[in-house]
Write a protein that binds this ligand. Structure first.
Ligand code: ASP
Length: 350
């Protein structure tokens, strides 16, 4: 599937707002994603399609409630991402993919564009909301990045909710791991302690297609002109050896800069997005005069040339969200002070 897909170089890029261009600039604006990948109409039932759209809408509602009441872009991106971390449909928090050892190891990052502060975490196993841990690293530690048990211990020490690792378990992701390991001829680990019995968990999610990455992210502009970005993920199915992707690497999967006029959250093949420094490059392109849409599109094309598929959401100081992807779909949505909320899944949707 992947080999067949790698031949497809066509890039799909969407700007939700071509008609907006004439309107007054929004005072605040929010865009979200729930992962990019091989997501085609045929692969989702109408119920699954509706469930994803409702979940995206829920995240937009949470983030826009913050912005509407004059809150910060930082609070808004965190609120939107936390909703998706709690939703088993997405590969972040509950519903994260499993490592080859049968664990959920969670990565997240946040960046505040107005002062260029950033925080990130990798390999969390007990912190319910990894994005909250990333923010705590940014605001309550002298560091930018914490990993593994130390990161969970830090999160617990600042009062963030800790859960049994089985909290993150979903049958769908477990079966995805079993399939991936079987195909790779690798041993299947024991079902995690505390996981529900096979068949006990109701599943709305689509059948196994692990080419849907499912990372979540948000970018926002608030009414004081501040930009922020946040991203959260379980990484890649069957990852090994403490693998960490692009999400918590500031400048790869996540970046925000008011001086550059950008906030970016990415989803896709992390190894390639790290090598392409996707998020930072998009900001550099914007600082150099590129439009948000063109910058996102050009960078996704660069990552594609390296061999990495995925997508980005980009927010500029004008509050117009841009979406670019090299995949057949990306769960995504946008809302602003001037535009009602809209969500989309397939690349060809407006
Ligand atoms: N970028 C993530 C990673 O490589 C995966 C994804 O976007 O789903 O960890």
């Amino acid at each position: 599937m992947r080999a067949a897909y790698s031949g497809l170089i066509a890039l799909f890029a969407l700007c939700f707002s071509s008609a907006q261009a004439q309107d007054a600039a929004p005072r605040w604006s929010l865009a979200i994603h729930g992962g990019a990948g091989v997501i085609e109409r045929a692969s989702l039932t109408p119920e699954q399609d509706a469930a994803y759209r409702a979940a995206l809408q829920g995240a937009l509602d949470a983030g826009s409630a913050v912005l509407k009441s004059g809150g910060s872009a930082l609070d808004a991106v965190q609120a939107a991402v936390q909703v998706m971390e709690d939703d088993p449909l997405f590969n972040a928090g509950r519903g994260a993919v499993f490592t080859a050892a049968g664990r959920n190891e969670l990565d997240a990052a946040v960046m505040n564009g107005s002062d260029l502060t950033a925080g990130s975490v990798a390999g969390l196993t007990t912190t319910r909301h990894p994005v909250a841990a990333a923010r705590a690293v940014m605001e309550r530690s002298p560091h930018v990045m914490l990993i593994g048990p130390g990161a969970d211990a830090f999160a617990a020490s600042v009062g963030l909710e800790q859960v049994d690792p089985a909290f993150f378990f979903t049958e769908r992701r477990w079966q995805g791991l079993v399939k991936a390991l079987t195909e790779a001829g690798q041993p299947i680990p024991e079902r995690p302690a505390g996981a529900p019995l096979p068949g006990a968990q109701a599943e709305i999610a689509p059948p196994l297609n692990e080419k849907k990455f499912g990372t979540v992210g948000a970018v926002a502009l608030d009414s004081q002109g501040r930009l922020a970005a946040a991203t959260s993920t379980g990484g890649m199915t069957a990852k090994r050896w403490g693998r960490v992707g692009d999400v918590p690497i500031i400048g790869a999967g996540t970046y925000a800069s008011n001086p550059d006029g950008c906030a970016v959250s990415a989803t896709g093949d992390g190894e390639y997005f790290i090598r392409a420094t996707v998020a930072r490059d998009i900001c550099a392109r914007i600082a150099g005069g590129a439009a948000t849409q063109a910058a996102g599109q050009a960078e996704i094309a660069d990552a594609d040339r390296l061999g990495g598929k995925g997508g980005v959401i980009v927010m500029g100081l004008d509050g117009r969200p841009a979406f670019a992807m090299s995949t057949s779909g990306m769960y995504r949505g946008a809302v602003s002070s001037t535009d009602t909320a809209r969500v989309a899944i397939y690349a060809d949707e407006p």
